[in-house]
Design a protein around this ligand. Structure first.
Ligand code: PFF
Length: 450
């Protein structure tokens, strides 16, 4: 198998591109709004530091040592009598399930990029109607933009690690940061900024409950792209002699920073005109456009920049969701890249259509189960079940199955994770992360009613 390698900066931007996505700019702000701000942010930061960062190192390590698709990497690294670990590698397929709805949301963003030019909504009601009409009635428009997203993502993945994934990240990631930091500088000048800052960084403990805690742990995995083999697959193309620890730190830091900046920008705009933060998933599609209306034509410009940043973040994450399975089909079944991309894209395109239909008025019933739309079922299954399972497999494998000497030697060689730091990391991988994940899964199953 011919493995192309990233350049060092290319790898950092690609991994950060995977991590920084809709999870940072869309989901994190609305979750922070729903769970009352500061306390949720604090729990999120603690989980990122003590669990997410450690798991990121572990996932990168499996990729860097295995140097292949996720299934082959697990198979190669497992001891001879434990080759069944290769089944853990099927976590790569989670990405395709995520793509079914992720691509639909990217489609909505594309739609908004055009709709903005027709003027921003003057009232929340108007914005709500527009959004509800898009997801409830406009089947063809949604299919069109979902298809566009599938084609763009498919084309980039088809171009491969060097000519596609690395290249696009080298362009989109700096652009995304420029836009977001530009918006932050503007947000500084608003009165809403100090309120946004207080909302996000002054913990109101009374708002915190166990649900917020569980969601924070789950989100720390989602936002860092962990538990699905995306980071693992990229790490298989890591340039030689790259420090895993340092790289994981930079990626984790960038992801967290961008989530915080996105939150500050959105809440500064909202608080400037007294809007409420706890609006759920519609925060970005409903409240933000309405608020920006108050800025006149400058508002249209801001909305354009914001949705552009959101689109860039979504695309760079989407390619990392598709790449693991594509790599798997190439490695294990000798598919050409083109064939792998076409087969995979077709599957998630089709299921994606079923997912978007599940929100529509005319088809909703047909694509729902037990009253739950397929879209929500897919999101819940990946976010809350498959992803923690994938994370669990990673930490158990690195913490208990891989020979300690191999782990230690590689981390030591590749980046100064030795002595006390190594011990802390190992402790997190062997105890803290698995316990937090078990806790999460038990809670989900309703065994623990906390
Ligand atoms: N980390 C991405 C986000 O925050 O939107 C989502 C994601 C990408 C999750 C890739 C998992 C993954 F493998």
């Amino acid at each position: 198998m011919k493995v192309q390698r990233f350049s060092r900066i290319g790898f950092i931007l690609a991994a950060a591109g995977s991590a920084v996505g809709l999870g940072n700019i869309w989901k994190f702000p609305y979750m922070t709004g729903e769970y009352g701000g500061g306390a949720f942010v604090l729990i999120y930061l603690i989980t990122i530091a003590f669990i997410g960062f450690s798991v990121m190192i572990a996932e990168m390590l499996i990729g860097a040592l295995g140097r292949a698709d996720t299934v082959t990497s697990f198979e190669r690294l497992a001891p001879p009598d434990k080759k069944w670990w290769k089944y853990a590698g099927f976590m790569g397929f989670n990405g395709i399930i995520i793509m079914t709805f992720y691509s639909v949301v990217i489609g909505w963003i594309f739609y908004y990029l055009f709709a903005i030019f027709g003027g921003l909504p003057a009232t929340t009601q108007e914005a709500k109607n527009a959004f509800n009409s898009l997801i409830g009635d406009q089947v063809l428009a949604q299919i069109f933009f979902h298809t566009l997203s599938v084609i763009i993502v498919g084309f980039i993945v088809y171009r491969g690690i060097k000519g596609g994934i690395e290249k696009i990240n080298l362009i989109l990631m700096p652009s995304l940061m420029l836009i977001l930091f530009g918006l932050l500088v503007y947000a500084f000048s608003l009165d809403g900024f100090s309120k946004a800052f207080a909302f996000m960084f002054e913990p109101k403990w009374e708002k915190l409950n166990s649900e917020a805690f569980i969601r924070a742990v789950g989100h720390s995995f989602f936002t860092l792209s962990l538990g699905m083999g995306a980071i693992m697959t990229y790490a298989a193309s890591l340039p030689k002699d790259t420090s895993i620890t340092k790289t994981a730190f930079i990626v984790t830091f960038m992801d967290t920073l961008i989530a915080l900046v996105a939150g500050l920008v959105i809440f500064s705009f909202l608080f400037q005109f007294g809007a409420q933060p706890g609006q759920g998933p519609g925060l970005v599609f409903i409240s933000l456009p309405t608020i920006l209306h108050n800025f006149g034509s400058l508002g249209v410009f801001f909305a354009l920049l914001f949705f552009l940043a959101l689109a860039f973040a979504g695309i760079t994450s989407a390619i990392s969701l598709v790449e693991p399975v594509v790599q798997y089909l190439i490695d294990r079944f000798n598919f050409t890249r083109a064939k792998a991309v076409v087969v995979i894209s077709f599957i998630y395109w089709l299921v994606g259509i079923a997912a978007l239909l599940s929100f529509t008025n005319s088809w909703g019933k047909l694509f729902s189960m037990g009253g739950k739309p397929l879209f929500d079922i897919l999101e819940f299954t990946t976010d809350s079940i498959l992803l923690p399972l994938g994370g669990f497999a990673i930490v158990i494998f690195v913490g208990y199955v891989l020979p300690k000497t191999q782990v230690q030697a590689h981390l030591h060689k590749s980046g100064e994770l030795s002595g006390k730091l190594y011990a802390i990391w190992m402790f997190s991988i062997r105890y803290i992360a698995p316990i937090a994940l078990i806790f999460m899964m038990l809670n989900l199953m309703g065994v623990l009613k906390i």
